[in-house]
Design a protein around this ligand. Structure first.
Ligand code: SF4
Length: 322
């Protein structure tokens, strides 16, 4: 019996899978194309104050997923190689633990040699270690950088690599021929919203070869807002007013008023236009060429087709038990 694509897609929301369809939790502002989501780790050790994931993962730091590679190999037997795989949406594939555990590296080897399309979304500069593997396959990388100010970055993303290290990693990936983009996400009022600094950040990304930028305003959840207020007590009242009084609760987040979100993101978009980069916003509901001019909002369009997908088979299991 032949299984149709829509049926195969439905199969990949099941329990025990590590390769699952990306689920924006019904948020109608999400414009992501259909994609798989793959997380080698549960949780994340970068410790960003604004992290959204901590509402769902109740422990600090990260843990490798149990039998991750075996489960991935099994999932790939039935997965649709035309659907891009995003690594990762609710953790980081290049947490410091990856240096030793190499789960992301092994997953890439599994995916790329079989012609799957992979989008890496990370803050981890150790992604440059895998440049050779990424360059051989259908892969692109977007690096999240929220500020060029390393002391501010240490305050809001305490365990993530310094912004300069992330830029250097991007440059190396670009030199290796891997398409790269930058995520300037989130832009947080009063914290990393200086228009000139945001423009400098876009310029810096463009200078190392990024051809795409996606940006988003900070959407508050009770736990991450509490962390930000604790780290920046002088801003606590202002943030509360902006989000809880002037903003609105929408699909699990407090959103800023639209006019303010436009103001926060405009410097990024204008700088990208000046540099001739593609640009998009994430979950903002800002439409039209003023805010969106790219093949996709998430960077999946950057993925080149270098390897044609082959049929998967059970020999994949051997890869996991090496
Ligand atoms: S890198 Fe992403 S997943 Fe990790 S702590 Fe920061 S925001 Fe959360």
């Amino acid at each position: 019996m032949t299984i149709g694509r829509s049926e195969r897609r439905r199969c990949y929301v099941g329990k025990g899978r590590v390769l699952t369809l990306f689920d924006p939790w019904g948020n109608p502002l999400c414009t992501c194309p259909t994609k798989y989501s793959l997380q080698p780790y549960t949780g994340c050790s970068h410790g960003c104050l604004y992290c959204y994931v901590t509402a769902y993962v109740r422990f600090r730091g990260c843990r490798p997923k149990k039998d991750f590679l075996l489960r991935l190999a099994k999932d790939l037997e039935h997965a649709d190689a035309e659907i891009p795989v995003s690594m990762s949406n609710s953790s980081d594939p290049y947490v410091p633990e990856e240096q030793k555990l190499m789960l992301t590296r092994r997953a890439l080897e599994l995916l790329l040699k079989r012609g799957f399309k992979v989008l890496i979304v990370t803050k981890g500069s150790i992604v440059e270690r895998d440049a050779e593997v990424l360059a051989r396959g259908n892969a692109a990388v977007t690096m999240t950088i929220t500020t060029l100010d390393s002391s501010l970055s240490r305050r809001i993303e305490p365990n993530a690599p310094a912004p300069t290290d992330r830029l250097k990693a991007l440059e190396k990936l670009h030199e290796a021929g891997i398409p790269i983009g930058v995520r300037i996400d989130p832009v947080i009022p009063y914290i990393n919203d200086d228009p000139d600094e945001l423009k400098e950040l876009v310029d810096a990304a463009s200078n190392v070869g990024a051809r795409f930028v996606v940006t988003s305003s900070y959407k508050a959840r009770p736990d991450n807002l509490a962390r930000l207020k604790s780290a920046f007590p002088e801003l606590a009242d202002k943030l509360d007013k902006l989000y809880k009084i002037n903003g609105r609760w929408f699909y699990g987040y407090w959103y800023l008023p639209e006019e303010l979100r436009r103001k926060l993101l405009r410097p990024v978009i204008e700088a990208a236009k000046k540099k001739g980069m593609e640009y998009a916003t994430c979950r903002e509901g800002l439409r039209g060429p003023e805010w969106f001019k790219a093949g996709s909002c998430d960077g999946t369009h950057l993925i080149p087709r270098r390897i044609t997908p082959k049929r998967t088979n059970r020999s994949l299991y051997q890869h996991c038990t090496k």
